[in-house]
Ligand binder design. Structure first.
Ligand code: F6P
Length: 554
């Protein structure tokens, strides 16, 4: 058991910065020789690269052979991971150690999808009995809504479920609801409200009947300004029609770690679905935060989702690093971000159902690894978390792929695709997947000047029509988009983020960086409302912006 306090330069012996490790330096030297490596040469040297650099785990197959790596690159990256103690850190997470040291909390979202009879402990307590009890309560709630047993205040069945939450209490439910819509209850309407902009609430509820509408207020803290504002507006919206405070009990349930906050809002804690401080907001999808999902998908599909997660968790915990899918994915990211100067990475799902997948992992990755202080409290002298972005293919091809193909930046891409479509209409899927394969091939191999000339291209256009190639991509495929495959896919990215945080020696499970803006907004709100003559003590830019608002708001 390691000590659970945070280190600071003043405490204990100084720990070497990761950039001082011999393994880091070896990678720097190796990068010099790899800078001009090209897939054309790499595949010529080893025509069997797809065999060498691919892995199968859970429902997923990952082909990473089009990356700018050799066996030596991987070997050196794995050396770095071992030097950073990745294996024991993985174990520490699964053992419930308080690895979120800046908040003195365990990081045990893996318990949420663990089997009921496999103990997982925090502070010596097996958390599985309470995890299982909440899961049962969620399933029971979903069944009652679906069967019509849970009725609104006037006795009408619930036809609309609106999840109110933001960040981790919204992005995951939205993403998975959209991803698994095919499997969902189509007889009911599911909506998600997150933005404090009233437009979001208005558009989500304008065509709903309050008598048939149930709100799930999802907030770990139950203090988040956006969520609380939307929840109060929802309450007023409901009571405008039902004019009876007692209606709240039939139309509001809460998901939170804060029972007192839930009670203060007026929701009976009987209708509260609990989770715990060892579940980070952006890793909370499989906690009670998934209440809207189990209601939309039903227990069987929700369980299959959890099973997909669990299989990837087991793989991550038990597979040797060199055959460990999340670890390999993480190390590829380290390779590009720290040794080949990539700033961003794209997630490109070739499945319309995954249209919120990149947005979900923007929070999971950027809120986790957007850090610039190491575990010794020192500013880092290397890059940490990348910028995550992406859109589904093929739409992205007609938007930003030009820059990936012929721009000046290196942008590693993750391509996600499925062999079978959930909507097999005509030849749509074959065309979609032809594009999926073609883009990766084009990025890697490009088109040489000689090839362009051989097509009879006028000489003046040859430079413009030449594709350098050498753009790295990783391909992740599954037979079909199922709840199980999606669970494995999400867990793959979660553990990738974890592994990168370990290599970078940062704390991935706090998010202090989002606090300052929240504090300032609280201060500014009354100033705005005080009107035009108010004394504003900000910088001249902020003052001018507030004045503009005050002048034009009527
Ligand atoms: O954006 C900061 C954050 O704290 C996220 O980490 C979290 O997912 C989100 O706000 C919502 O928090 P809560 O679930 O407590 O309302």
């Amino acid at each position: 058991m390691r000590k659970n306090t945070i280190n600071s330069p003043a405490q204990g012996a100084p720990v070497m910065s990761v950039t001082q490790l011999p393994q880091w330096k070896a990678l720097e030297n190796h990068a010099v020789t790899m800078r001009d490596a090209h897939p054309r040469d790499l595949f010529q040297q080893d025509p069997g690269r797809a065999e060498t650099f691919s892995l199968e785990a859970c429902s997923l197959w990952m082909d990473y052979s089009k990356n700018l790596i050799t066996s030596e690159t991987l070997h050196l990256l794995l050396d770095l991971a071992r030097a950073r103690g990745l294996e024991s850190e993985i174990q520490a997470m699964f053992d419930g150690e308080k690895i979120n040291r800046t908040e003195n909390r365990a990081v045990l979202h893996v318990a949420l999808r663990n089997r009921a009879d496999q103990p997982m402990r925090v502070d010596g307590e097996d958390v599985m009995p309470k995890v299982t009890a909440v899961r049962r309560k969620m399933a029971d709630f979903a069944r009652r809504v679906q069967s019509g047993e849970w009725r609104g205040h006037t006795g009408q069945p619930i036809r609309n479920v609106v999840n109110i939450g933001i960040g981790g209490s919204d992005l995951g439910p939205v993403m998975v609801y959209e991803a698994l819509k095919h499997y969902s209850d189509r007889g009911r309407t599911f909506r998600f409200v997150s933005n404090v902009d009233a437009t979001h609430f208005h558009e989500a509820t304008r065509d709903l009947d309050p008598r048939e509408t149930l709100f799930i207020v999802a907030s770990k803290t139950f203090t988040t300004q956006e969520t609380m504002t939307n929840a109060h507006t929802a309450r007023s919206w409901l009571l405008e029609t039902l004019s009876d405070e007692a209606a709240v009990a039939k139309h509001f349930v809460a998901v939170s770690t804060n029972a007192e906050g839930v009670r203060d809002f007026g929701i009976d804690t009987e209708n509260m679905f609990e989770f715990w401080d060892w579940v980070g907001g952006r890793y909370s999808l499989t906690s009670a935060i998934g209440l809207s999902l189990i209601t939309a998908l039903g227990e069987t599909h929700f369980d299959a989702l959890l099973e997909g997660y669990r299989d990837m968790d087991t793989h991550f915990r038990t597979a040797p690093l060199e055959k460990n899918m999340p670890v390999i994915a993480a190390l590829l990211g380290v390779w590009y971000g720290n040794f080949l100067d990539a700033d961003t990475t794209t997630i490109l799902p070739y499945d319309q159902y995954l249209h919120r997948f990149a947005a979900y992992f923007q929070q999971a990755d950027m809120e986790s690894n957007g850090k610039s202080v190491d575990r010794q409290g020192r500013p880092v002298d290397y890059q940490t978390g990348p910028i995550i972005w992406g859109e589904p293919g093929t739409n992205g091809q007609h938007a930003f792929y030009q820059l990936i193909h012929q721009g000046t930046r290196m942008i590693p891409c993750d391509f996600i695709g499925f062999a079978r479509s959930l909507n097999p209409i005509g030849d749509h899927h074959a065309k979609l997947m032809a594009n999926f394969f073609a883009q990766q091939e084009a990025l890697a191999f490009g088109k040489t000047e000689a090839q362009v000339r051989a097509e009879g291209t006028p000489e003046a256009l040859v430079p413009y029509k030449t594709f350098a190639g050498g753009k790295p991509s990783t391909c992740i495929m599954a037979p079909q988009l199922t709840p199980h495959a999606l669970g494995s896919l999400i867990a793959l990215y979660e553990h990738k983020i974890f592994s990168q945080g370990i290599v970078w020696d940062i704390y991935s499970f706090d998010q202090w960086g989002v606090e300052l803006g929240k504090q300032l907004a609280k201060k500014i709100l009354p100033e705005m409302e005080a009107g035009e003559g108010t004394d504003l003590q900000h910088d001249s830019s902020t003052n001018a912006q507030i004045r503009y608002y005050q002048k034009h708001r009527q």
